[in-house]
Design a protein around this ligand. Sequence first.
Ligand code: BGC
Length: 323
Amino acid sequence: MRNSKLMNIILISCFMIAVSFSIYFYIQSKAFQSKITDATSKEQVPTYHFALIGEEMDHDYWRLVGEGAKDMEEKYDVFIEYEGPRRSNPEEQLKLLDIAMKSKVDGIIVQALNDEFLPVINQAVDQGIPVITIDTDAPESKRSTYIGTDNYEAGKLAGKALLEDTGGEATVGIITGSFENAHHQLRVEGFRDVVEQEPGIDIVAVEESNITRVVAEEKTHNMLSDYPDITALYGTSALDGIGMVAAAESLGIEESLYMIAFDVLPANIALLEEGKVDVLIGQKPYEMGNRSVELMLDLMNNQEVQDVYHTNASVVRKEDIDD
Ligand code: BGC
């Protein structure tokens, strides 16, 4: 009798232990399964892979373009591979374009700096990869659309600001990013078309800054020394204003010069606030990046897109800074 009671206790204990183990392992296996599901969903490859190729990674303007595009990854099923040379280097940029094409991304968004980009863009399109140009267009290429500033109109805005602020009387020097780059050519052309109609305006020199602050300063310094009668400077690239101011300061003539520069970036805003630059031509780099991705997704979904999408360009003076 005593033996059978003991036996029952042992059997019940074994049963309880077995049930506890089953429950424990069931819970553990569920936890493991959910970890796997979590991991695989996080590592899921997005449906679309686009390459964005800009002019220089180490630059506030291009950081904004990149941010605008990368932020779209949160909203859409897309991965943006953002690449560019560290400093402006069209050859390297072309190589990145070639690599993007060869790695068969779903779409390419590229700044088409000059004529050399045209055949590579066409080659990508012929291979079935749609291309969108950003910031600088290649309208003769097979690209699907362009998103960015109307660079000719932006040049005209600068010209109109100069006429307004100088009363149509000025001897002008121009510093442009590059003679080869399409957008800088248009910014100079638009400016010229407005100011050259005015008899009191004389453009006496045009030099290129190579998209660097140092060269902008050097070229401005030489220009101001060669043409001491210059009263106004116009810079077409984001770093030209900083170089122009530095050169004028080293000659001690910054107070008397009127200056127009490009891009509402922190360093340029500081110059505007200090009254060293009179006008900035503002562009929308974040919006360019953002909308370029949406346009590429439209192309993926066989939706029609326009030939060009112009983002806003504006004249910014000291009193507009808070806006
Ligand atoms: C231009 C960009 C250029 C940047 C840096 C901007 O004004 O739109 O194309 O890369 O300046 O110089």
